[in-house]
Design a binder for this molecule. Structure first.
Ligand code: GLN
Length: 346
C-alpha cells in the first residue's frame, strides 16, 4: 500500500562507505563506468523497502522487482544494466521537460511570473500549498505548477498543446513517444484531485485555458511511455546544453537547461528535495511509476526504473543507485578539493 509510511532518510541510502571521487571535470573511462554501474545495481538491489504506487489503479500492477539503470554520456555513449528497455509511464518526470519546452518557447521570465520556482515543502498534489500561497502554483514540479505550465504551452487548442508536448518530449528522447492508453484511462477516471487543483487555480486566475482540457493534456503527458534508456538520453540532453547527444538535435537552449536544472535541484523530489540534494548533489526528477532522472551538467544523464516508492513518491532503488553513482563517479556539484591539495602553499 502506498504512501509507504517510512521515509527514505539520507542515512538509509547506505553510501557512506563508498570511496568518493571528487569532480575532475570529466567522468571516468567507459569500462570504469560499467563496473560502477554494476556495483550501484547490486547495492540498490538490497533495498526492498517502499511500495508501488496504487492511487492510479493500473500502476499497482507493476512488478515491484523491475529494476534498470542507464547512464548516457554527453558524447552519446550509453551504459546500462538491468531492465533498461522496460516501458513504463513517465508520470511526473514529464514536468521537467515540459517546463523546459515552455521556457524555450516563451522565455523564462514569463514562466517565472505564472508558475514560480520555490519549493512548497508539501506533497506533489497538495491543495493546501495553493491556498497557503494565495493561489500561486509555486513551482512547475508539483501538480499545480505543472498544470499551469501545460496550460501555457503553445497552441490555441488542447490538441495543439498536446502536440507541442508530445513532439517536444519525443525530441528529448530522440524517438517518437506514445501514450499508454490504459494508464491514461486509469488516471483520467480517478484524477479528481488534479481536476480540483486545476479548478482552484482557475478561481485564482492562474490558468489561462479550460481547466479540464489542461488536466486532460497533463494526464496524457504523464501516460507517455518511456524506459530507463530514454530517460538517460532525455537527462543527457539537459546535461548537454539542450542538444540530444544521440540525435544531435538542439531541443532547447543552453540557458533553458540551466534554468530547468535549478528548478529540479530545488523541487525535483518534492518535499524530499533537500535531502536528495544533500546526499546526491545533483538536479533530479522522480515519477510515481518508478522512473527517476538525474542530470550531471556537462557530463551525464542518469535514468533509473524501480517502482517501489518512498512516502514522497520517489523510487527507493533509484535513489540508492543514483546516490552510489554520484559518489563513485564524482558527480556531486557541491564537492570540491582545496586547490592547494597536492602542492605546497606559497
Ligand atoms: N500523473 C501523476 C499525478 O498527477 C503524476 C504524479 C507523480 O509522478 N508524482 O498524480
Amino acid at each position: 500500500m502506498w504512501p509507504y509510511s517510512d521515509s527514505m532518510r539520507g542515512s538509509e541510502l547506505g553510501v557512506d562507505d563508498i570511496e568518493t571521487a571528487v569532480d575532475t571535470g570529466a567522468v571516468p573511462r567507459g569500462d570504469r563506468i560499467d563496473e560502477l554501474l554494476d556495483a550501484a545495481y547490486q547495492r540498490a538491489l538490497e533495498h526492498a523497502e517502499g511500495a508501488v504506487a496504487d492511487y492510479i489503479p493500473i500502476l499497482a500492477d507493476a512488478d515491484p522487482e523491475g529494476f534498470g539503470i542507464c547512464v548516457a554520456d554527453v558524447d552519446g555513449g550509453i551504459h546500462e544494466v538491468g531492465d533498461t528497455r522496460y516501458a513504463f509511464s513517465i508520470q511526473s518526470i514529464s514536468k521537467a521537460f515540459v517546463y523546459a519546452l515552455l521556457c524555450d518557447a516563451v522565455g523564462h521570465e514569463a514562466v517565472f511570473e505564472m508558475v514560480g520556482v520555490n519549493n512548497t515543502g508539501l506533497a506533489f498534489n497538495s491543495v493546501v500549498a495553493i491556498e497557503l500561497n494565495d493561489g500561486h502554483p509555486m513551482n512547475p514540479m508539483v501538480n499545480a505548477g505543472a498544470l499551469a505550465t501545460t496550460a501555457l504551452m503553445p497552441g490555441g487548442t488542447a490538441e495543439e498543446k498536446w502536440d507541442a508536448v508530445r513532439t517536444g518530449l519525443s525530441r528529448f528522447a530522440g524517438r517518437e513517444l506514445h501514450v499508454d492508453e490504459e494508464v491514461y484511462r486509469s488516471e483520467a477516471a480517478t484524477n479528481h484531485r488534479n481536476r480540483a487543483i486545476a479548478q482552484l487555480l482557475e478561481s485564482y486566475g492562474r490558468i489561462q485555458a479550460d481547466p479540464m482540457d489542461v488536466v486532460d493534456v497533463y494526464t496524457r503527458q504523464c501516460a507517455l511511455l518511456v524506459d530507463a534508456h530514454d530517460l538517460a538520453i532525455m537527462a543527457a540532453t539537459l546535461a548537454d546544453g539542450g542538444v540530444n547527444p544521440v540525435t544531435g538535435d538542439q531541443v532547447v537552449s543552453a540557458d533553458v537547461c540551466r534554468d530547468t536544472l535549478a528548478v529540479l535541484a530545488a523541487s525535483g523530489l518534492y518535499e524530499r528535495s533537500g535531502e536528495w540534494l544533500f546526499e546526491i548533489g545533483l538536479p533530479g526528477k522522480s515519477g510515481v511509476a518508478g522512473g527517476l532522472v538525474t542530470v550531471a551538467p556537462g557530463k551525464v544523464g542518469i535514468g533509473t526504473y524501480a517502482p517501489r516508492l518512498d512516502s514522497a513518491g520517489n523510487s527507493v532503488r533509484g535513489q540508492v543507485a543514483t546516490a552510489y553513482l554520484s559518489r563513485a563517479l564524482g558527480l556531486n556539484i557541491f564537492a570540491s578539493e582545496s586547490h592547494f591539495s597536492g602542492r605546497t602553499p606559497e
